[in-house]
Design a protein around this ligand. Structure first.
Ligand code: SAH
Length: 463
């Protein structure tokens, strides 16, 4: 992991005073996750570059955090942690440049208070949400962003692109501000787990965000993603306490639900069940309503049985992520023609959602306000009228089996309700009769004798 900061402001070697690190020396420090070093690959009057290099020890990390029940056997040892800029980099920044981040300089206070030109380079930066999000984070702060997506393997261009970018940021600013931007925004861009050292992240976010975060147009996204890693730490600790094995992925939005359901890998089972059901019913054109980040669309895209695939969601951000995940802009033309992503609210009629063999509504209905469920049912069954509707929703009774879920709580903070089996079946039967469909029921996930399965599903067929 490497980060470099350069300036051409003469005498450029004054950078050493601002960073409180002598350009003549190598500065090294051991961290829980490995070694970090600060050194100056060039220190001239006209150009000075400080480099922060992290040598992350993935094996040490695993030993520290304990075994994980997820992933392939060697994943803990063969991962990208040593190579990419991630939250470790923030931890190291905060340690090495603690004084510089406060804007104080013993010997060059005036320079520390002055905006001078800097160039920051991160040769391998993971960017969740791709270049769009990268630009959205840095450009409002005045950075010129130059980003090049890295290939998975230079020798095999056919393998396609990786999720990493070679990023150069240019700006005229105070060094302290730049360091505080990087401290917060690098983990926001990261797409993997975060390993925080402290547990005072809310306070850190506020402190390092002071003076810029409040005015940032994407402050909500920044705070949510940054603190998700913090929440993840708590969730991780809780999970360990209760069963000592699995390791949640705190990063994805809605991480709580994923964490709860991860042990049984419910999400994957659900998607596989949907694909199998669509195929069994011979659906060729499918619209995934409330498609979120596009996991189901990705699976359908790989299957030649589906010739027209659409996804809609009310969240523009979810659609952006879906577009990135699917690598939509880099797909061959025939794939692009097969797939459509659109913004649409399911409680309103939308002509673009008509004419499909099937509609899937996977874990979406419980996000609607109860008094909007009727508007949704009419838009779907009366107006869009697909031949088949596949709808899944949590079975509230099963929640008692999630050890970490306090009773009376929903699986996800955004859920507006969760139905028991009887409630769901009553709604589904009445809806089918009202709109001229026949409904059958199925379950997904391991069935508990008393409480049923974690996910309940209705399969509606137009009569
Ligand atoms: N179907 C996906 C995502 C489920 S999360 C999956 O199974 O992984 C619920 C999704 O429904 C979110 O992406 C949310 O943005 C979307 N959603 C919530 N209310 C909506 C509405 N009124 N119209 C369209 N989408 C909605």
């Amino acid at each position: 992991m490497l980060l470099t900061i350069s300036t051409t402001h003469r005498p450029a070697t004054d950078l050493g005073y601002l960073l409180h690190k002598n350009p003549q020396r190598l500065h090294s420090q051991a961290f829980g996750f490995g070694q970090a070093h600060v050194f100056y690959p060039e220190a001239r009057e006209d150009l000075c570059t400080a480099a922060l290099l992290l040598e992350v020890d993935p094996i040490g990390l695993v030993r520290k955090s304990g075994p994980s029940g997820e992933g392939f056997a060697l994943e803990q040892y063969v991962n990208d942690r040593p190579y990419v800029a991630s939250s470790f980099l923030s931890v190291a920044l905060g340690q090495f440049f603690r004084t510089a981040m406060t804007g104080r300089s013993k010997d060059r206070q005036e320079l520390a208070d002055t905006a001078i030109p800097y160039e920051i380079r991160l040769p391998v930066l993971p960017c969740r949400g791709g270049e769009t999000v990268l630009r959205r984070l840095f450009e409002p702060l005045g950075y010129a962003v130059c980003a090049e997506r890295l290939a998975l393997d230079e020798a095999f261009p056919a393998w396609g692109d990786s999720a990493y970018f070679d990023v150069t940021l240019s700006i005229k600013a105070r060094l302290a501000d730049i360091l505080r931007h990087l401290y917060v925004l690098i983990p926001v861009l990261d797409q993997d787990k975060h390993y925080w050292i402290g547990d005072d992240e809310v306070e850190k976010l506020l402190r390092h965000g002071e003076g810029w975060l409040d005015a940032h147009p994407d402050k909500e996204l920044i705070a949510r993603r940054y603190l998700k890693s913090f929440k993840g730490l708590t969730a991780q600790a809780m999970e360990r306490l209760s069963d000592g094995t699995s390791e949640p992925d705190p990063v994805r939005e809605g991480g709580q639900e994923e964490t709860l359901e991860r042990k049984i890998n419910l999400n994957q089972q659900r998607l596989e069940w949907v694909i199998a059901t669509l195929k069994r019913l011979g659906a060729k054109s499918v619209v995934d309503m409330g498609c979120g980040e596009g996991k189901l669309i990705g699976l359908m895209a790989k299957d030649i049985d589906f010739d027209r695939i659409s996804g809609c969601d009310v969240s523009v951000r979810a659609l952006e992520i879906a577009r990135e995940r699917l690598n939509f802009d880099r797909m061959p033309e025939f794939q692009q023609q097969r797939i459509t992503l659109m913004q649409s609210a399911l409680t309103y009629r939308d002509k673009r959602l008509t004419g499909y063999d099937a509609a899937t509504v996977i874990e979406v209905i419980e996000h609607l306000e109860p008094d909007r469920v009727d508007a949704f049912a009419r838009s779907l069954f009366e107006y869009a009228k697909p031949g088949v509707v596949i709808l899944t929703t949590p079975n509230a009774e099963y929640n008692a089996l999630f050890e970490n879920l306090p009773s009376g709580k929903f699986r996800h903070p955004d859920h507006r309700f969760e139905w028991t089996r009887a409630e769901f079946e009553a709604w589904a039967q009445a809806t089918a009769v009202r709109f001229g469909y026949a409904v059958t029921f199925d379950t997904i996930g391991q069935v508990d004798e008393r409480l049923g399965a974690p996910t309940q599903a209705g399969i509606f067929r137009k009569l």
